[in-house]
Design a binder for this molecule. Structure first.
Ligand code: ZN
Length: 367
């Protein structure tokens, strides 16, 4: 069913499209040398990290999988997604302001710290003279083809206004996070592209580079920044047969005075405490707050706004900034719902909007 498969894949790039693989699983039936194979597998398994598998990666915490939801939940969801991608209004987009390019330049010249929201999970960070982007996505659809989840609000910065970018971090290969058209425009020989394991080929196939591939807890130094690849609870897929073949991650960027955590895409998991323990204190956490309904499907891979505040508390982050909402219409909740719930949860937890920030698209803050 290539047409249906294409439709479903396109409609929901960052949600569980297990439905369109509901074909026939064929057992190989190979029995010869089974004992030897099992012994070899046991040795290999004992040596490898808990999040590595024979052909890919997994979430190692014994929590429910993203594709555990029943067909009665997933099929109607995909029908709703296809309908939504074809038209209609699914909520109020976030406010957009003209970017303060003078402020951004001023902070860079002073080797200070600032963050600018471009939209969805895309930020421009400046820290101690180092400039980097997170999951840069400037395309109008989060999709491998020209239809699919549409952009509700223009990017907060033009690519031509970015200036020098030292590196890009990418959290995983879903289409709303790894946007090949954008990465091609950013690829200039200077900017380095940091990806979790097994994502190199996706970039290099399009002549995007240089690429640096890292495993969870690996790190690299660029300028005055130490960049750490850290765990996330998520999954990956770009095509029909490549589920979980490429790793997903978050990133911590630390300079001599500040540390920023970019969570990528994640559900609730014990890694937040471990990241704080190993790499804290975290000054600013960019945390995803959208794409959480229906919960029966999304709970293993996306935080609710309330869980996002729980995560920020687990991280002991001084400040947080909300992301992954309002830009692409990915799931069932109205696109303006997540920030209201995020601020309410923050206030209820005794933190409030001065600590847990909701930006207008294009807004810059110094930290
Ligand atoms: Zn995703």
């Amino acid at each position: 069913m290539p047409v249906l498969a294409q439709l479903l894949r396109t409609a929901a790039p960052c949600v569980a499209p297990a439905v369109w693989l509901c074909g026939i699983f064929v057992a190989s039936g190979a029995i010869v040398n089974a004992q030897a194979a099992l012994a070899a597998t046991a040795v290999t398994a004992a040596l490898r990290p808990a999040h590595h598998t024979d052909g890919g990666f997994r979430n190692p915490w014994g929590l429910p999988r993203h594709d555990d939801a029943p067909l009665g939940v997933t099929l109607p969801f995909f029908v709703r997604r296809v309908a939504s991608s074809l038209g209609g209004n699914h909520g109020r987009p976030p406010r957009r302001v003209e970017p303060d390019l003078a402020l951004i330049q001023e902070v860079n010249a002073a080797r200070g710290n600032s963050v600018t929201w471009v939209g969805h999970s895309t930020f421009l960070f400046q820290m101690a003279g180092v400039r980097f982007l997170t999951d840069p996505t400037w395309s109008n659809t989060a999709s491998p083809v020209s239809f699919g989840p549409r952009r509700y609000v223009d990017p907060g910065l033009e690519i031509d206004d970015l200036g020098r970018i030292d590196f890009v971090v990418i959290s995983h290969n879903h289409y709303d996070h790894l946007d090949v058209d954008t990465l091609k425009r950013l690829s200039n020989g200077h900017t380095r592209f940091l990806v979790p394991l097994a994502n190199r080929e996706t970039l290099e196939r399009h002549r995007i580079g240089p690429v640096v591939e890292l495993d969870w807890w690996d790190s690299i130094t660029i300028g005055e920044a130490r960049i750490h690849c850290v765990p996330a609870r998520h999954w990956s897929r770009r095509a029909v047969t490549d589920m979980d073949r490429a790793l997903w991650s978050g990133w911590v960027v630390r300079t001599q005075t500040q540390a920023v955590y970019f969570a990528g895409d994640t559900g609730m998991f014990p890694g937040f405490e471990e990241i704080a323990r190993r790499l804290g204190p975290i000054d600013l956490a960019a945390i995803p707050i959208g794409a959480y309904e229906p919960r029966a499907m999304m709970e293993p891979s996306h935080l609710t706004p309330e869980e996002a505040i729980d995560a920020v508390i687990a991280l002991q982050a001084l400040n947080s900034v909300a992301m992954h909402f309002g830009t692409f219409d990915l799931t069932d909740e109205l696109i303006h719902e997540p920030p209201d719930r995020f601020t309410a949860a923050s206030t209820a937890a005794g933190r409030g909007p001065d600590r847990d920030w909701v930006f207008a698209v294009g807004e810059t803050r110094v930290f």
